[in-house]
Write a protein that binds this ligand. Sequence first.
Ligand code: ZZB
Length: 260
Amino acid sequence: QEYTAIKLKVLEWAEEGRKEIAGKLPEGAEVFLVAATLRPETMYGQTCCFVGPRISYGVYQVSPTEFYVCTERAARNMAFQGVFPERGVFPSVGTVQGQSLIGTLVHAPLSVHKGGVHVLPMETVLATKGTGVVTSVPSDSPDDYATVKDLAKKADYYKIKKEWAELEIIPIIKTPSYGELTAEFLVKKMKINSPKDTKPLAEAKELAYKEGFYQGTMLIGDFKGDKVEKAKPKVREILLSKKEAFVYSEPEGHVLSRSG
Ligand code: ZZB
């Protein structure tokens, strides 16, 4: 699986996170949460960034001043893909619990929400896939749509500010079957009530991927009016050339477990 790894720069730490990394970073350090995505063309619509509250993340040094937050598993993979200066080596300066990152303000590349987006909890984030960090695009990802709605409804329970989950959901891609907000359309049509409805959500994700890629037209950004199929590699190239993203690959999970 080849992902685009999006770098979301920390603008302001949540209190707990700040404590956990206190004294571990040099003066002037830039820290990025690294999110693995298959949909770089949707980055205009990022409204928040998800972590698994019970996942432990490492803080890895990629240059004298740059640090990446992701799972150890992802850092190890990156170390064999030229992300770190020395092959196979992924120096860690500490760890931080997902729960402690919640509330952190990060800059989401290309997002219309220029003031930054917040880190929020998502119970269904897999530690065994991607980087363990997921950037949220509720216009086009049914999982993200279901999660932000649930977070806003139960903000007190999740100990978050409701408005963190309520950034405006802007149309990014138009398709003939699902209109301008694919995720909302499918979640409503399939009567999905919660992020825990994993089976219909998986089905909705497949439908959204197919329709978005083969039938979608961009409604925003540098390739507005272009077919998604054409725009996708171009948006990716912009992110890569601005160093706001890098390529991250990993073997398919089932291949790993078969050989293990
Ligand atoms: C932004 C985005 C926008 C995504 C969209 C999807 C969609 P897949 O297909 O199963 O390989 N993701 C990445 N890592 C994880 C993880 N560790 N746990 C849970 N979800 C994760 O899934 C790849 C997609 O799943 C990634 O692409 C990421 O969400 C999420 F409009 O990034 B995506 C129809 C989907 N639309």
